[in-house]
Design a protein around this ligand. Structure first.
Ligand code: AHR
Length: 493
């Protein structure tokens, strides 16, 4: 069996893994909100205050950390006032981007609005992140939304919020200033968006938007031209980038049907996320320090060709997708000094979701299990980690067969490892720069093929199982099944 070595230096710290890096994204799209999270007062599944209790329980258990809403493309066509006040008085509006709900209708009922979203965040204990409408909105509309959410009841919008059931401010810290404004968010050029960003961010900040997120791009040209137009560095806290893998790059097959070459190509495509972060960081450095401006990867994940607008961007969620996401989360740890937040798309039923639902039940996907396994990294300090392993050639670039990252906190060191090899077990030695006294491990997908996906009937089979860890010459050694992901808790002597 091939033996790989992971080298971890406990003295070489990278930075804190911001808990918001384990964030999620929920858009008014397909069955994400309507059907997956919100079913209203009267439905076939058990609900509490209109929320599906099964979905909410799963999301609460996962510790979502950060939830971005209402879009996506939808955000730049959303007028928040349509979604507040007595529900029966809210008017239906077109959803120009997406069909949604069970009926896949292009009508947005506005049943689920700001107060419902805030109640969801309270229930699942997630920090809210709102994306304001720049594309079809005005600075005043965005400023009013901030004021509605964050002001005291001594001003009219605070009073209105109180009349809608919440007298205390919602204290929303994170405000996106538009979404993909180079495309669905208004087809801006970077200079025009920069001017809009300055105007919007200025007035949103006056009303209490503590941290603003600007729309960036995975293309350097946009970021550099946008940043060159900013005159007041303080206005920008995060620059956003989005990266989907599967549908847009090389042919990676579908979610559940792929050959060996396509298997590795998806993993190769997923490696783009880390490189996108590095390029965005280099662009930021031309304008400000990356200590002051973080990178928000506020949409990422697998998007397979079968997920189309017609089916509400639904796809199966396979082990391969989760293994790819493991590498992305490791890459975020390696860049803990750069990545300030990240949101995998999209929480329920859509794209690389963590929960899927039908009319009767909700169940976790393999990606849900992955986020659960990576939970100890959130809030801990990332350690410099390198891996000596083999690599597979692809049409794009090499894919190292083992991915790893490590963090430390008062509980010790936590190491995540994935064996990306399609059909080969690999032994991995975890070499820390001090002797290890004890280590325990868990592994995901040990008995699964990469194309296996979760269903209502089999979801429990994807739970983590115990992994044998032996200590050899003071270093933990594990044997990782093909396409599996492990988490090791390590105590030093
Ligand atoms: O997540 C689906 C869509 O992908 C979002 O609405 C948009 O921001 C991105 O292009």
């Amino acid at each position: 069996m091939p033996v790989d070595t992971v080298h971890i230096s406990r003295h070489d710290t990278i930075g804190r893994v911001e808990p918001e890096v384990h964030g999620h994204f929920a858009e008014h799209l397909g069955r994400c909100i309507y059907g997956g999270i919100w079913v209203g007062e009267d439905d076939r599944v058990p609900t509490d205050d209109g929320f599906r209790t099964d979905t909410v329980e799963l999301l609460t258990d996962l510790d979502l950390r950060l939830l971005r809403w209402p879009g996506g493309c939808f955000a730049d066509d959303y007028h928040w006032r349509d979604g507040v006040g007595p529900r029966e008085e809210r008017s239906p509006q077109p959803n120009h981007f997406w069909a949604q709900g069970r009926e896949k209708s292009n009508v947005e009922s506005n049943e689920f609005g700001t107060e419902e979203f805030m109640r969801l965040c309270e229930r699942v204990d997630a920090e809210p992140m709102l994306a304001a409408n720049v594309g079809s909105g005005t600075p005043a509309e965005a400023q009013n939304w901030v004021e509605y959410c964050n002001s005291d009841t001594d001003v009219a919008l605070g009073q209105e919020r109180a009349e809608n059931g919440h007298s205390e401010p919602h204290d929303v810290t994170y405000w996106g200033v538009g979404n993909e404004n180079w495309g669905c968010g208004g087809n801006f050029d970077p200079e025009t968006y920069a001017r809009e960003f300055r105007r919007f961010a200025h007035f949103m900040r006056l009303a209490g938007a503590e941290e603003t997120i600007a729309c960036g791009h995975i293309e350097d040209d946009w970021n550099r031209r946008f940043l060159a137009e900013l005159t007041e560095p303080d206005m920008l806290d995060h620059l956003s980038i989005h990266r989907y893998f599967g549908r847009f790059g090389r042919d990676c097959g579908s979610a559940t049907e792929f050959d060996e070459e396509q298997y590795y190509l998806l993993l190769a495509e997923s490696l783009k996320v880390g490189r996108d972060v590095d390029r965005a960081a280099a662009a930021i450095e031309t304008y400000a320090s990356t200590d002051d401006v973080g990178i928000a990867v506020d949409e990422w994940g697998a998007w397979h060709p079968e997920a189309t607008s017609d089916n509400g961007l639904e796809q199966e969620n396979s082990v391969r997708d989760a293994v790819a996401a493991a590498g992305v989360l490791d890459d975020f740890n390696h860049r803990a000094d750069l990545v300030s937040m990240a949101n995998i798309a999209q929480t329920v039923n859509v794209l690389q979701c963590v929960v899927q639902t039908d009319e009767e039940a909700a169940w976790p996907t393999p990606t849900y299990r992955l986020f659960d396994l990576y939970r100890p990294h959130a809030g801990a300090t990332a350690l410099r980690t390198t891996v000596d392993t083999d690599a597979v050639e692809t049409d794009l670039w090499e894919v190292p067969l083992v991915s790893a990252s490590a963090t430390t906190d008062d509980d010790g060191t936590y190491v995540t490892l994935s064996n990306r090899a399609l059909d080969e077990e690999r032994a991995v030695r975890v070499a820390l720069d001090r002797e290890v006294s004890d280590a325990t491990g868990e592994v995901l997908f040990a008995d699964h093929d990469p194309a296996d996906y979760s269903t209502r009937e089999n979801a429990e089979e994807f739970e983590a199982t115990d992994l044998d860890v032996s200590i050899e010459d003071g270093a933990p050694v594990v044997e990782l099944p093909p396409n599996s992901v492990a988490g090791l808790s390590v105590e030093s002597a």
